[in-house]
Unconditional design. Sequence first.
Length: 433
Amino acid sequence: MKFLNIDDAGFTESFAAILRRAEETDPGVETLVQEIIADIRTRGDVALLEYTSRFDRLETDAPGLLVQEAEIERAFAAAGEKELAALRHAVERVSRFHQKQKQKSWLDAEEDGILLGQKVTPLGRVGIYVPGGKASYPSSVIMNAVPARVAGVAEIIMVVPAPDGEINPYVLVAAKLAGVDRIFRIGGAQAVAALAYGTETVPRVDKITGPGNIYVATAKKLVFGQVGIDMIAGPSEILVVSDGSGSPAHIAADLLSQAEHDQLASAMLITTDRAFGERVAAEVEVQLATLRRADIARQSWNDFGVIIVTRDLAQAVSFANSLAPEHLELAVANPFEILSSIKNAGAIFLGHYTPESAGDYLAGPNHTLPTGGTARFFSPLSVDDFVKKSSLIYFSKGALNRLGEDIIRVAELEGLEAHAESVKIRITNRTES
């Protein structure tokens, strides 16, 4: 962890290591992923089963890749009542939020004889990737499956790795509650390739969403164009903007909630009050000692944690906009006063009682967010990611006669004679429709 003053001459250079953290990957990863994708395309289920055996230590046949209903029922039977109620509550709140994002098809008669509009059509089949094994990530299931279901996607396919045959039961429960249609016990780049190109057992999808490790992210990047993807997600990050109000213990807990994700996660505080920042840093040390994932959180905090001191809140907001963080907490006395100044952020958490964890699990908005500064041009996962839009255009004969000469002129400016002729042939009555 570093204390940096934003006005210091060496600030940019000191902060650069945090920005570069996502670039520190093995150059051999892409080569290996390309080989896996090519193998799945060529050999289908045979290759998929070999990779599942090799990477997940799971020996099975092709039908065994599909999770059966009886296994999902056993997961429900093993679930605790309170945990089951919490997952149902999360699905309900996330569904309610995403219902408000839905767009309708429309058709307007803006001019005499012309109809213009837009047709909104759900995707036919999507694949969602969920990290698996003993780890439990039901929230990832909910955040990917629920907006797809709200959008009206006809079929939702979920893939989840099952090391040694294990899938956390709460992941299966969340999948059922969120409306997943089929679940396959496969993971890694091979699962992404199977979804993108299809095998004898795994159906080809129109789009792939969901988080994963560097192999999964690389595979998504390489199959983009063959299928749609949500985004290329990098290491998680949080930036807390503080004016020195509130509790240092609260801020420390929020910083550690990101640091425990993985060693490359970045937890950052920017404050107008250095003394407050020092109290936060001390509190981080106290809380680190109590965490189960203390080793991961400690490395993240030591390598990519930072407390930045600014002259005033306006300078802090300016820095936040330049960083475009995945998670932005406005832990200030009057967050709504500065909200309009925030231009770039994946999700914005307002006030002292809105921890980032609320958005991760139950608030309602999606927790699949742009990372690494891509909030400058990307948005959170939403219903829009699971629909496609077609333009609608209708001209009557009179409308084409009225606008045809200008259409012809623009076509001829581009030297596209056949384009112009397709209008001329109609407005000069050489043929009758």
